[in-house]
Write a protein that binds this ligand. Structure first.
Ligand code: BGC
Length: 787
């Protein structure tokens, strides 16, 4: 094999040990065999090549449980633990738990003979309407990226691979295979690629996903499955990814282009259809055989690794995984509101449970992620188990779809009247939220709202418990004292909810997405979903809290929000130094001290946001850069230490096509929610290597001003334009006889003239100076200043 066909493998990658073997195997394969390998054998496995001893590799959905199934259908998968879906896991902000979930999934995959789990999904929540938001972590790339990295590390530590999906900019379900996500370069990198980058490039080589799944959609007019800049330029060359890319199921458009772009595996298999196209392309010279060999070897290396790590005959402990699901579910529950400390339920409280979801909970979403659970815990039964049957009454109120009647509502109100506290279960049914279509609005079914309003009008101690995979509007928010966000809490979610309501678990979940007041308030409104084949991401960087903060909008509940049964006081923040050189050695340490000043033990998510005080480019008000979850006993204090580096202060510079830091003052804001940041410290950021866009003929006259030695060139340009006088110091005496009106007019004229000259592109100078400064001189300056 020549170098051009040998894929590069970063040091520490588990694939390093299989590269040579993969190359050697591919060297013995015919073009036909290579083409065979690059398309699946049916829906869930790769082809084997018996004569070379290469066995098939089995893949299965994820992400919140294993869905090992035969064929195309969604039903009939093997029993597996259904963990809380991604928003519930993300709301724990606990990377240790995310890793544990990953490990459990890995064990279940081993037991089912699955080599790769198709997940996690880390697409950004651009709009609460996104039909698959229930499968994605967050609106923030740092939270999503770090949770995903921990999950990936957990699965892979059990010898099973992951496939990070959907790469990239896959944020709507409407016509998902035919719509182009049109996004500017800076937003692409800062918002839509960053979570992937964290889980791939910023993860240790040993913990990178073995696979990445290309998305259905197009990105800026090119199918993601055949997007060379994304799949090769960014993923492999910039981020050092060395696994294989798999198409989303049926996501291949032009198979040969996809191979050239770096898409290794087509799923499901297309039989001879696309295989022949690859073979023909090699024969006609349209596909370099060396490229085919490289793309095949990248896949084969993972197949070899997967088999080496496989543990035939493995089993898993279903009870232990159910218990883990309950623990994760409880830790992800967000106590949104708790006026008058209605919760936790005091022992002996008479409780009315209302709503079908209490007996038939919605605990996962619909579509390819749908798990066949090993068992299901029902909130009503779990509450009875913890509180005692005598303490709990129940009324249907309305069904899961929100169908209700005067009688059902009246019965619920009557049952509620006899209780001290009313727990009403509401949320989104499957018909509102699913893979394959987006939500039409952010409302609960009308029957759920009607029931809540009726109970709220009649009872002061009402607790609304929600089951939904994404933000919902709450028109009754001011009329109920307590709201508990239970997400799609997985098969043990009923127990998790009972744990939090009764205080067995002190809630510590925080919102991983903003809850808006209304759909009209949301970032991509009214452009979501993109129609007619185009989704224009006109809101740019400003999704999630970046949108609400920048526009000064008050959401219903902000990103990062979540209450506890105890209280945390943030008392001190300090940095390791008042200034920090991002190009120097070491990181800037930021220490945040907090104390549990309440009466019970609890956990808190310490959030650290960074803000550039006077940015030269448009930047969000603040951005999450670090977080940590801490457990504190009553009265206990702790200091959390974060380390920040270059990227934590950087923005993506579209001139450099890279990340850059502008030196200046930055604020470091810490607290327990994006809208509750009691601590702030400032740091002066310097950079030894200030990178600037090179001077070109399209640069502006003012661009000389921030270059070493650029003052003379700047003055030369102003003189050439006839504005040299603006640079001369004005003698006070010379203006002594000017009237105030004349002075004001001069000042106005001078500043307009200066703006005109400053913003003149260099290529215009020869014409605007009447040839005084010609093209030759401009080219000389461009060369001198490194253009
Ligand atoms: C989904 C993927 C999933 C695949 C296999 C696709 O429709 O978009 O997330 O992994 O099917 O079920």
């Amino acid at each position: 094999m020549t170098n051009s066909t040998t894929p590069s493998t970063p040091e520490g990658s588990p694939l390093a040990a299989f590269r040579d073997q993969a190359d050697a195997l591919v060297a013995q394969m015919s073009v036909e065999e290579q083409a065979l390998l690059l398309s699946g054998d049916g829906w869930w496995q790769t082809h084997g090549i018996e004569r070379l001893g290469l066995a098939p590799m089995v893949v299965s959905d994820g992400p919140h449980g294993l869905r090992k199934v035969v064929g195309a259908g969604l039903e009939g998968s093997v029993p597996a633990t259904c963990f809380p879906t991604a928003p519930g896991l993300a709301a724990t902000w606990n990377t240790v738990l995310a890793r544990e979930v990953g490990m459990a999934l890995g064990r279940e995959a081993q037991a089912s003979g699955v080599h790769i789990v198709l997940g996690p999904g880390i697409n950004m929540k651009r709009s609460p309407l996104g039909g698959r938001n229930f499968e994605y972590f967050s609106e923030d790339p740092v939270l999503a990226g770090r949770m995903a990295a921990a999950y990936i590390d957990g699965v892979q530590s059990e010898g099973v691979g992951t496939s990070l999906k959907h790469f990239a900019v896959n944020n709507q379900e409407f016509e998902r295979m035919a719509t182009s996500s049109d996004v500017d370069e800076r937003t692409l990198h800062e918002v839509y690629l960053q979570a992937f980058e964290i889980a791939i490039a910023q993860a240790p080589a040993g913990s990178r996903p073995w696979s990445v799944m290309s998305a259905y959609n197009l990105v800026n007019g090119v199918h993601a499955s055949e997007h060379h800049a994304l799949l090769t330029g960014i993923l492999r060359e910039r981020w050092g990814f060395d696994g294989f890319v798999v198409s989303d199921w049926g996501g291949i458009h032009d198979r040969v282009q996809a191979v050239i772009a770096g898409n290794n595996l087509e799923m499901p298999g297309s039989g001879a259809h696309n295989r022949q196209k690859i073979i023909d392309a090699v024969r006609s010279g349209g596909l370099d055989p060396a490229v085919l060999a490289r793309v095949t070897a990248e896949l084969v290396a993972v197949v070899l690794l997967a088999h080496a790590r496989h543990r035939p005959g493995s089993t898993f402990d279903a009870e232990a995984h159910h218990a883990l699901s309950r623990r994760v579910g409880a830790e992800g529950i967000v106590l949104l509101k708790n006026d008058g400390d209605v919760l936790p339920l005091a022992a002996g409280t008479r409780v009315a449970v209302v709503g079908d979801f209490a007996k038939a909970p919605r605990y996962q979403g619909a579509g390819s992620s749908q798990v066949n659970p090993t068992r299901v815990a029902y909130p009503h039964d779990e509450l009875v188990a913890l509180l005692g049957a005598d303490q709990v009454t129940w009324a249907r109120g309305c069904d899961g779809e929100g169908v209700t009647s005067d009688d059902l509502v009246a019965e619920a109100v009557a049952v509620a009247q006899a209780a001290e506290v009313v727990l009403v279960f509401a949320g989104l049914p499957d018909s509102y939220e699913s893979e394959g279509f987006d939500r039409r609005d952010i409302d609960l079914p009308p029957g759920h709202n009607r029931l809540i309003e009726a109970l709220a009008a009649d009872h002061s101690q009402l607790v609304v418990v929600l089951m939904n995979g994404s933000a919902v509007a709450m028109p009754w928010v001011d009329r109920v004292p307590a709201i508990v966000e239970g997400w799609l809490g997985g098969q043990a979610g009923g127990g998790a909810i009972a744990d939090v309501l009764t205080g067995r678990v002190n809630p510590s979940g925080k919102l991983s997405e903003t809850f808006p007041v209304s759909l009209q308030q949301t970032p991509a409104y009214p452009a979501f979903p993109g129609r007619d084949g185009q989704a224009w991401y006109g809101e740019g960087l400003f999704i999630g809290y970046r949108h609400y903060d920048k526009r000064g909008l008050q959401p219903l509940f902000p990103f990062g929000h979540g209450l506890s049964y105890t209280r945390f006081d943030y008392t001190a923040i300090r940095t390791s130094a008042p200034t920090h050189d991002v190009d120097g050695e070491g990181m800037l340490a930021v220490e945040v001290t907090l104390r549990n000043s309440g009466a019970c033990p609890g956990q808190e998510v310490v959030q650290l946001y960074v803000r550039e005080r006077a940015p030269k480019v448009v930047r969000p008000e603040r951005e999450l850069r670090a977080f940590a979850k801490v457990r504190l006993a009553p009265g206990e204090a702790t200091t959390v230490r974060f380390e920040l580096g270059q990227r934590d202060f950087a923005h993506y510079d579209i001139g450099l096509h890279d990340w850059a830091v502008h030196p200046g003052t930055f604020d470091l804001q810490a607290g327990g929610s994006s809208r509750d940041l009691p601590l702030s410290a400032e740091v002066e950021i310097t950079a030894r290597r200030v990178r600037r866009q090179p001077i070109t003929r399209r640069s502006l006259v003012q661009d000389f001003l921030d270059r070493p030695g650029g003052q003379d060139a700047y003055a030369e340009m102003l003189h050439a334009l006839g504005f040299g006088g603006l640079l001369e110091p004005v003698e006070e005496a010379a203006l002594a006889h000017w009237s105030p009106e004349q002075l004001a007019a001069k000042r106005k004229g001078d500043s307009a003239a200066l703006a005109f000259a400053n913003e003149m592109p260099l290529y215009k100078i020869p014409a605007m100076s009447g040839g005084l400064c010609g093209d030759v001189r401009i080219d000389e300056l461009v060369r001198a200043f490194g253009g």
